[in-house]
Write a protein that binds this ligand. Structure first.
Ligand code: GDP
Ligand code: MN
Length: 377
């Protein structure tokens, strides 16, 4: 789950990381009100769940509350990378001397969390990573020992941070580490962490990704989910207990089991196709769930063919077939559908689907080949 900047910074603040004064607004008049309360120069920042807002014109400075209102009106009317801006954060503006990048994520290959930092922070960190990776320093953390003081110092030295900031910087690193661990985050990032002209450090931007599988431990954090900002298909899928991730291809995949779903996607690619989604309907999925899954797949206009790959273990193939038939009544898709059913009650399932004008396949390779051909036709 992605958190907004204002949510991430609120969490950072709980862990002692300094953030600018400010609040979030849903209307331009609220933004004006906040700017008045803050006094002085403010920055009005679009709250959308994508990066690069600055470059897209979604971050603007305003000298007066009147100007903040005007700027907020413009930003609230914008779309950034296809996402409508519904909220803006109004923060006291900062006098920036230097922008630093500081983040923690999980390094799967190293099997431990990794701190990343760079003196070249700000809006171009992806470019820095691509062109001059040596400017990003990495320090791996033993999850059982946690961040050690010497490691925070190593990071400070690694980015040539002047010694006068070391103590503050170490406090911020410790706060970020605790936020990352205690919230079960998969990313906690400050970009930029700023050295102010007033000679102190402050987190100007914040980003957190939380592990969906750990959210049950954090009812307060799950409430932060902004369903307005998610692909609506993903929200819908969660309602039915389906694991669904939208992708860019044109072959809709409906599979039971996460491993089988991944394999299906791989095989589709192997035969020259691109999957439109990852979808695991789960073990023991009944007709309702299958119908919901099919409706969700079909909301994606890119989908040119659907591949059903069902291995009946706990899930019974006839149940899945009933679900497909129910969904067909409901959504009446006019795209080709390829189905491969094997396992428990496969024969019954195939009989049910005999009149449904679906392309049947025996093996997964056969199903993938037929789907790719169908999507191209
Ligand atoms: P992003 O583009 O989505 O990463 O949004 P950020 O919050 O990181 O802002 C992008 C850039 O806007 C920062 O790197 C700063 O250069 C600038 N910026 C953001 N807040 C302020 C501010 O309070 N004062 C000034 N002068 N610049 C700011
Ligand atoms: Mn940023």
């Amino acid at each position: 789950m992605k958190l907004h900047e204002y949510q991430s910074k609120q969490i950072f603040s709980r862990y002692g990381i300094p953030i600018p004064k400010g609040r979030v607004a849903a209307t331009a008049s609220e933004a004006k009100q906040i700017a008045e309360e803050l006094g002085g120069m403010v920055v009005v920042k679009s709250q959308v769940l994508v990066g690069g807002r600055g470059k897209a014109g979604g971050i603007r400075l305003a000298k007066t509350s009147k100007e903040a209102e005007e700027v907020a009106t413009q930003i609230l009317g914008m779309e950034i990378k296809g996402l409508p801006v519904r909220k803006v954060l109004v923060d006291s503006a900062a006098n920036i001397d230097q922008e630093i990048y500081l983040g923690i994520t999980n390094d799967r290959a190293a099997r431990r969390p990794v701190f990343m930092a760079s003196a070249a922070g700000g809006v171009e960190i992806e470019e820095v990573a691509r062109l001059t990776p040596e400017k990003i320093i990495k320090v791996h953390i033993d999850p059982l020992l946690g961040l050690r003081d010497y490691q925070a110092r190593d990071i400070a030295i690694g980015i040539d941070l002047p010694k006068e900031y070391w103590k503050q910087f170490a406090d911020i690193c410790r706060g970020l580490w605790r936020a990352y661990m205690e919230c079960d985050a998969t990313l906690a990032e400050i970009n930029p962490l700023v050295i102010l002209k007033e000679k102190s450090l402050i987190a100007l931007d914040g980003k957190m990704l939380l592990d969906d599988n750990a959210l049950f431990r954090h009812p307060d954090l799950s409430e932060m989910r902004d369903v307005d900002e998610e692909a609506s298909a993903e929200t819908e899928a969660r309602k039915y207990g389906l694991s669904f991730i939208k992708l860019d291809g044109n072959i809709g995949c409906m599979v039971n089991g996460a491993g089988l779903a991944m394999t299906t996607m791989d095989i589709v690619k192997l035969f020259g196709g691109e999957p439109a989604n990852f979808l695991d309907i789960g073990g023991g999925a009944g007709a309702d769930k299958v119908a919901a899954a099919m409706r969700i797949i079909l909301t994606d206009k890119n989908v040119k063919a659907i591949l059903f790959n069902v291995f009946g273990g706990i899930t019974r193939c006839d149940e899945v077939a009933k679900g497909i038939l129910a969904a067909l009544k409901d959504v009446k898709p006019n795209i080709p559908m390829v189905v491969r059913l094997v396992g428990t009650n496969a024969e019954e399932g195939r009989k049910l689907l005999a009149d449904a004008q679906m392309i049947t396949a025996e093996t997964l390779a056969d199903a993938a080949r037929k789907s790719v051909a169908a999507a191209k036709a």
